[in-house]
Each structure stands twice: as structure tokens, then as C-alpha cells.
Design a protein around this ligand. Structure first.
Ligand code: FBP
Length: 553
């Protein structure tokens, strides 16, 4: 296979490990834990994995002989830079503990476990993938591991391969399922440990003990590079407004982090839209006003960052989508007989007055997406909605009205972008390469120490890697009860953007100035070799959360 010069150089990179993990370690146990909410309900559902202590690995003078162990690994959900390093960290970890240990990868996500589709990951294979992006070593998938039948199917193959521990690398839902599986195998006394690793570019699997999910750092740096390039173009040509939608299924962490990196004219934060009960028209008016204000100074150009999940955070849109979901679920057949050209009118005639009015105000393409693209549960797939076009079309309409009323004298011409897949498989930044390798290595230590129902945790990551703190967090600690498909379920609480803490605060303090003036920052591409301030910087979100950074005016 032909490799690029960067791939070859990068293969030799040795990820940094926390100092405590570089030799023999021992377990230091913290206090017993409780779930973030609904303690009694969660305790009842997880009698074997609830209340376990926090774990920290500390240096030890005493080397312990560990027996060989067979471990399985699964990549679950969307790709995120660094997944291969988690796997190489697990591999090196279990081999260091005992070189007879083996690692098996289940192919294409949890479906590989259920379908008994696997491969042994040997040293040669692992070496091909060190410090590379993507999940292609074994592939990923979105099958949900949630039924007893699936757990039993999984057990069959784990038993056959003599696998004693399974590492599930995934987001909040996959780790919730990992915990349910850990509890099930513990209750059945199957002797199989289950460990989770926090993955998702969306950045919404984080809490007191999990500073960030891996992949967020690299993905945001890739998007920020490209947005920076667009901003240079925009500031050179001075004739376009660029509407840029950014991945992040529900939380706005990616958009916010990119905003902190590139200082765009506008960044919409879904959580704020919801908190302020803003309507779609409020969001459109906010953008149009910024366009008009810049135009008044002769600047008919700018950038707008839009989080992918926005429409679901606009309370009125949420209500419209809920009614549409419900209506179409019960009238699928009838709707399929309506001629395309009459569908819009038909829907309008069936909706409540409030929702009909909003639906009628939407551009044709968006109205169509809301009725056509549904997931297997019958819900609108919001990620397919072209929010960037929706907003720019509505802004254009508003500016047209303002022009007629003499309130806008500028020009408005829009370009649209959606950045998501471009960043999910990038070669991991040094931060993600080191963080992921440490997460994987830590997972191997949790396994060696007999833990189950834990998530691998590496903290203090704004400090140099040698000072990072490695350990494990009981997954039940992150759980609360939420309504899912009409039933109360134990789930890991998703971390949305907190409007009361530093990253949002830093953005909010600057955004008016960024909106009017042109204060773009151009981060440039990720650097893998060079001075540490260029190569090893964590995200601004993390630095601000850990009070390591003040954004200058
Ligand atoms: P995970 O939460 O599984 O990591 O995936 C996140 C994500 O990248 C979102 O940002 C995006 O909305 C979604 O996956 C896209 O999913 P798909 O890969 O199935 O198109």
C-alpha cells in the first residue's frame, strides 16, 4: 500500500503516556459513587455495578505478574479521530501486562459481536494503523446493543474465543449500552468484564471525570482550519456571506469551539436559542441585523456558524416536528398518494394553526425534507435538513423586505457549506493521539485489575501529558433516567453547552465585536511536528473550562 510522507513520518510517532502509566501501577480507590440523578432507580437497575469507587492508577515499585487475557474491542457509532490509537493503547497495554494476551476486533461495530464477525488484531496489523485517522481497522456501526438476545449472542462468541473483557469505544448511548451489558454479564456470573471509552467528535460525552470525548479536538481543528480559509477568501473577495453548518447531532460544542478558534461574525448556539425561547424568525432577524450593520459600514461579507442540531432546539420547530412525526406516522399510506405538487398544501391543511403557519413560512426544500427524510423510528432526520440554506434564504427574504422599507442598503449574496465528514477521520492531532492511546492503555489496566462497568478516564489534559491522571469512572455515576420512546430508561446524561461556564461566557463577551468588525483568526492546518505551543494545544473549550486561557480583546 502506498503511503504519504506524512503517514510514514507519523507512523513513528510515540504517543505520550501519563507518567504514572509508564511502569508498574497500583490502584488507588476513591470514595463510593452515586449516579448524577435518580439514584434509587439507577441503583435498582444496576445492583452489581452501582456505587463502585472512582479508580486512579498510581506509580508502584512492585511489578505484578498478570495472567494472559483475551480482550475484544468494538468501535461504535460515528467515526472520530484517534480510534486506532485507543486500540493500539489497549493492544500495547495487554501485551505489556502479559505478552501472551490477545486482542480481537469485532467487525463493523456492535453488529460484529452479535453476528460473530471478528478478527484477531496482531502486532503487524496494529502497526499499520498507529496514529492514523478513521475506524477502518475493524470498521464501525450503529447497531444498538440492548436486548437480552443480543447479549447472549455476544456471550456465545466471547466464550468461544475465551474473551474475558470487552472494550466498547463509543458515545453516550454506546457507553450506556456497555454499562447495561456489564451489569447483565455480572448478574449472570459470566466472568466477562465490559469497559467503555469516551468517543465522539460532538464533544457531548463529558462530565466532572471525563474532560472530553476523543476526536473533538482534531475535528474542531480541521473545521477551524477550513473556516479560517473561508474567512480569508471572504475577506479577500468581500462579496459573500458564508453560511457554514457544523456537525454535532444535538449539542453545539463543535460550533462554539470553532467560533473561539476563528472569531466568525456570527455563531448560533442551539442551547442559547432554546434557553431564550427564540423562534426561527428571531434567529433570522438576529443574523439579518448583523448583515445590515456590517453593510452600513460597507462590508457586504461575513461568516455564520450554524450547529447541525439547531432546528430541534427552536421550541416552535420542535413542536412542528413532533406534530409532523405523529401525523405522518399515522397517515403514511394516505400521504403517499398525495401528488408531490400538492403535498405542501395537504400538510398545511392537516396541522394545527400554529404549526401550519410555521410550516408555510419554510422554504420549499426544507418543507419537503421535513416530510420525506425519516429514520427507522419514523422521526425526521434533522441532520439532513439544510439549515444553512434555510437560514440564508430566510435572511435574504428579510433583507429584501428591509430594503423595500429603506432599512437595508447593502448587498447580500450567500454561499453554503456543511463540514462534518471532512473532520471525522483526520489523522489525530497530537492531543488526540496521546489522549486516545492513554485511554486505551488505561482500559487495559482496568481489565487487568478486574474492573467492569467502568469508563476509561484520563484527566488534567491541559497539563503536559506526563501529568495526566489515568483511572476509571463507574459508568453508572454518569447516569440518570430519561424518557426514550415513551419509556423511562437509564442513560448517560448528555452534556450540552452550559451557558453558565467559561467557553460560552468567553464567546458571549466577544461576539458583538466579532459581528460588526472583521476580527477573523486563521488557525491553519493541524501541525504534528514543531514547537509545543503550535502542536500540543488542547481545545479552547478545555483551556477555558480549566481556566488556563483568557481570550484577548
Ligand atoms: P457519534 O455520536 O456516534 O460519535 O456520531 C456523531 C456524528 O458525527 C454527528 O456529529 C452526526 O450528526 C452523525 O454522527 C452523523 O451520522 P452518520 O455517520 O450516521 O451519518
Amino acid at each position: 500500500m502506498i503511503k504519504s510522507a506524512l503517514q510514514i513520518a507519523r507512523a513513528a510517532y510515540r504517543p505520550k503516556l501519563p507518567k504514572a502509566l509508564r511502569g508498574a501501577v497500583k490502584v488507588s480507590e476513591g470514595k463510593a459513587t452515586g449516579s448524577v440523578a435518580d439514584q434509587e432507580a439507577i441503583r435498582k437497575l444496576f445492583p452489581n455495578t452501582y456505587g463502585m469507587p472512582l479508580i486512579r492508577f498510581v506509580e508502584s515499585d512492585e511489578a505484578v505478574n498478570f495472567p494472559a487475557v483475551n480482550v475484544g474491542v468494538i468501535l461504535s457509532g460515528g467515526q472520530a479521530p484517534g480510534g486506532h490509537n485507543v486500540i493500539s493503547g489497549i493492544f500495547d497495554g495487554v501485551k505489556t501486562l502479559n505478552k501472551e494476551s490477545k486482542l480481537y476486533g469485532f467487525i463493523l461495530g456492535p453488529g460484529g459481536l452479535i453476528g460473530h464477525n471478528y478478527m484477531e488484531l496482531t502486532g503487524d496489523i496494529i502497526d499499520e494503523y498507529r496514529n492514523t485517522g478513521g475506524f477502518d481497522i475493524i470498521g464501525s456501526g450503529r447497531t444498538k446493543l440492548e436486548t437480552t438476545a443480543q447479549f447472549e449472542k455476544g456471550y456465545e462468541i466471547l466464550k468461544k474465543l475465551n474473551i474475558k473483557a470487552l472494550v466498547i469505544i463509543g458515545g453516550d448511548d454506546s457507553n450506556t449500552n456497555a454499562c447495561v451489558l456489564a451489569e447483565y454479564y455480572a448478574a449472570k456470573n459470566y466472568g466477562i468484564q465490559v469497559i467503555g471509552c469516551p468517543k465522539t467528535i460532538d464533544g457531548d460525552l463529558k462530565n466532572e471525570m471525563i474532560e472530553t470525548s476523543f476526536g473533538f479536538d482534531t475535528a474542531c481543528k480541521v473545521y477551524s482550519e477550513v473556516i479560517g480559509n473561508i474567512q480569508r477568501d471572504c475577506n479577500s473577495a468581500r462579496k459573500y456571506w458564508h453560511f457554514i453548518k457544523l456537525m454535532g447531532r444535538s449539542a453545539s460544542h463543535i460550533a462554539l469551539e470553532c467560533a473561539l478558534q476563528v472569531q466568525p461574525n456570527i455563531c448560533i448556539v442551539s442551547e442559547e436559542v432554546e434557553a431564550n425561547d427564540m423562534s426561527l424568525d428571531d434567529v433570522v432577524t438576529y443574523i439579518a441585523r448583523a448583515v445590515a450593520n456590517r453593510a452600513a459600514e460597507g462590508n457586504n461579507f461575513g461568516t455564520v456558524l450554524i450547529p447541525e442540531g439547531l432546528v430541534e432546539f427552536i421550541p416552535a420547530m420542535k413542536r412542528l416536528i413532533a406534530e409532523l412525526n405523529d401525523f405522518l406516522a399515522h397517515h403514511t399510506e394516505e400521504f403517499s398518494h398525495i401528488k408531490k405538487s400538492h403535498q405542501r398544501e395537504y400538510i398545511i391543511s392537516k396541522l394545527s394553526e400554529e404549526n401550519a403557519e410555521i410550516y408555510a413560512s419554510l422554504p420549499e426544500s426544507v418543507a419537503r425534507q421535513l416530510t420525506l427524510d425519516r429514520d427507522p423510528h419514523g422521526n425526521v432526520q434533522v441532520s439532513l435538513i439544510e439549515t444553512e440554506k434555510l437560514l440564508s434564504e430566510m435572511v435574504a427574504k428579510k433583507l429584501y423586505e428591509w430594503k423595500a422599507a429603506g432599512k437595508f442598503t447593502g448587498k447580500f449574496s450567500a454561499q453554503h457549506h456543511f463540514f462534518g465528514y471532512e473532520g471525522r477521520c483526520a489523522a489525530p492531532s497530537n492531543y488526540d493521539a496521546d489522549y486516545c492511546y492513554s485511554l486505551g492503555y488505561t482500559a487495559s489496566l482496568l481489565i487487568a485489575n478486574g474492573k467492569t462497568g467502568y469508563m476509561s478516564s484520563v484527566r488534567n489534559t491541559t497539563a503536559p501529558a506526563e501529568q495526566w491522571i489515568a483511572g476509571g469512572v463507574p459508568i453508572t455515576m454518569m447516569m440518570n433516567m430519561e424518557r426514550r420512546h415513551g419509556e423511562m430508561k437509564p442513560v448517560i446524561r448528555k452534556a450540552l453547552v452550559n451557558l453558565d461556564v467559561a467557553p460560552f461566557g468567553a464567546f458571549a463577551a466577544q461576539r458583538d465585536a466579532w459581528a460588526l468588525r472583521t476580527e477573523y483568526v486563521y488557525p491553519g492546518p493541524i501541525q504534528y511536528f514543531g514547537p509545543t505551543e503550535v502542536c500540543d494545544q488542547p481545545t479552547k473549550t478545555l483551556q477555558l473550562e480549566q481556566v488556563k486561557l483568557k481570550i484577548e480583546n
